[in-house]
Design a protein around this ligand. Structure first.
Ligand code: FES
Ligand code: MG
Length: 571
């Protein structure tokens, strides 16, 4: 084992004063001396927090990981990092994704760990941990917390996507305030993250498709005992990965990223996937750009019939064969030879998978929906691109021209959306400015703005909506997101005025503001930045350095990595 040159030996293997200090204070936890003798030290990076309800069961998972690490002859050490609960954190958890990635990176590098297990669950906890780990690049294995079981309310299955439906029904008086509150407990009734293919499930799928987890990580429910088994097996496996020196960069090849994009299309993953995968690629040093998302998902149909693009829930995906069964359906197009965390290839991992329910996992020949993935539209309204998820949109609106109804920021939207005097009709295009990375700040999930009450009452269920913000992975509608550059940095979105005609053509990948270049030049000269730019603290750092959405919204100085070496000692 000594020939492995474990990095932890630079702490625990030392003689003299330094070794004394590194070992002595660990011993106050009741750790026998032989635990320091050449055993791979496995960090368990835990995002457990009662303020991140989706991750509140992670102490149990950490115990299962520890069992596995000990069984394999390693030494587990659990440590906390900042945890981002999607539902409670204001103004948006995304503002802090990059901060957590710094916490994770520095925590791993600064400490005597040879390998690390990342316990991820709620949306941002996955990309932030993977990004941070990439910038260190030691052997790393991801375990997701698993989805909640589906909810039940008045005889119907429900999940997070129903939040948007309940909101409309409540507004229209179709359900009472009491029923609305009752549905809360009926929906979120078990441990785990959102039960639909929201961003958390998309991220759990992403890590499995990238090869960063053991097979079936994506869909085993949090409440299923097999989630603990997966955790224990992951604990065993990370010790072997350390011995094999299977670092992140050996798994995260260009092929792995292409696989992740193709799989995301097949499962109808969240648009947030684009931003997070770009940021991860930036950390590990793989060339990936926004056009790759369109290119590699273009011919992939929707195979998984899961909300919000379909009807079912993550647990149904597991019972129907899990992600390996989906990937096996794609074996003619996927990179089967991509290496994964268990040392086997993606093709080997999926070879024995079977589909048990064709209503949940369809075939490439007879897919659930022919069009899926992420469409990247460009034009004078979004020179660097914007994204739309066709599987969650209304097919008839994917090509649409309409007059803009402009909201200058989120407060303006809230103040006027239900004003009976608002000049808006079903064919209008709703435009929301200043909800991008710098403008909000943090690029909030407000892009799927609720439709005006007066149109809802007329039975309108979808309209084209355009913004520089994001949308919850559980959301749906004909929603154009991530417009880059954003309004707050002077992007053309900031120049749109009420009544301008906008043309969206998702089939031809265009988004055009039908206003002359001369007129736009006049407006550009008069444009003023209206959003608050913070002058202190993390938000100042973020607003100063965050990049635009089409680059992954990481901070410019965080790109790449600094390795795992630390030369100097603390005393
Ligand atoms: Fe945590 Fe949806 S709120 S995953
Ligand atoms: Mg979210």
């Amino acid at each position: 084992m000594e020939t492995l040159q474990l990095r932890s030996r630079n702490w625990f293997g030392r003689t003299g004063k330094d070794g004394f200090i590194y070992r002595a204070w660990m011993k106050n936890q009741g750790i026998p001396a032989d635990m320091f003798e050449g055993k791979p030290v496995i960090g368990i990076c835990n995002t457990w927090s009662e303020l991140t309800p989706c991750n509140a069961h992670f102490r149990e998972l950490a115990e299962a990981v520890k069992k596995g690490v000990l069984e394999a002859g390693g030494f587990p050490v659990e440590f906390p990092v900042m945890s981002l609960g999607e539902t409670l954190v204001k103004p948006t958890a995304m503002l802090y994704r990059n901060l957590v990635s710094m916490d994770v990176e520095e925590s791993i590098r600064a400490n005597p760990v040879d390998g690390v297990v990342l316990l991820c669950g709620c949306d941002k906890t996955t990309p932030s941990l993977v990004m941070g780990a990439c910038s260190v690049n030691i052997p790393t294995l991801v375990i997701s917390g698993g989805p909640m079981l589906k909810g039940h309310w008045k005889g119907k299955d429900i999940g997070t996507s129903d939040v948007w439906r309940f909101d409309v029904a409540h507004k229209l008086g179709q359900i009472t305030p009491q029923e609305f509150v009752e549905a809360e407990a009926c929906m979120a009734r078990t441990q785990g993250h959102c039960a639909v293919m929201g961003t958390a499930s998309t991220m759990a799928t992403m890590v499995e498709a990238l090869g960063l987890s053991l097979p079936n990580n994506a869909s085993i429910p949090a409440a299923d005992a097999r989630r603990k088994v997966l955790s224990q097996l992951s604990g065993r496996r990370i010790v072997e990965m350390v011995k094999e020196d299977l670092t992140l960069s050996k798994i995260l090849t260009r092929k792995a990223f292409e696989n992740a994009i193709m799989v995301n299309a097949a499962i109808g993953g969240s648009t947030n996937f684009v931003i997070h995968l770009l940021a991860i690629a930036g950390r590990i040093g793989i060339e990936l750009n926004i056009d790759d998302f369109d290119k590699y998902s273009q011919n992939i149909p929707l195979l998984a019939n899961i909300q919000p693009s379909g009807e079912n829930y993550m647990e149904d995906l597991y019972y129907s064969g899990g992600l390996p069964a989906v990937i096996k359906e794609m074996k003619a197009i996927i990179h089967n030879d991509a290496i994964t965390a268990n040392g086997k290839t993606m093709g080997e991992n999926c070879a024995a998978a079977e589909v048990y329910d064709r209503n949940v996992i369809s075939t490439m020949q007879q897919p659930f929906k022919p069009e899926s993935g992420i469409v990247v539209v460009k034009g004078n309204l979004a020179p660097n691109g914007a994204v739309i998820k066709p599987s969650a949109a209304s097919p008839t609106l994917l090509k649409h021209s309409g007059k803009a109804v402009v909201f200058e920021n989120i407060e303006d939207y809230h103040a006027r959306i239900d004003d009976p005097a608002l000049d808006i009709e079903a064919t209008s295009i709703m435009v929301l400015k200043n909800v991008g990375p710098k403008g909000y700040p943090g690029m909030a999930e407000v892009g799927n703005m609720a439709l005006p009450k007066k149109l809802l009452e007329q039975g309108v269920t979808d309209m084209v909506r355009i913004s520089d913000g994001r949308m919850s992975g559980t959301g749906f509608g004909t929603v154009v997101l991530h417009v880059s550059p954003e309004a707050a940095v002077g992007g053309p979105l900031g120049l749109v005025q009420n009544g301008d005609v906008i043309s969206l053509d998702a089939h031809n990948r265009t988004l055009q503001l039908e206003v002359s270049e001369e007129e736009l030049a006049v407006r550009r000269a008069a444009w003023k930045q209206t959003e608050k730019m913070h002058t202190r603290g993390y938000v100042h750092l973020y607003q100063t350095h965050v990049e635009q959405a089409h680059l992954g919204a990481d901070m410019d100085f965080l790109k790449g990595g600094s390795g795992s070496e630390v030369a100097r000692d603390s005393h």
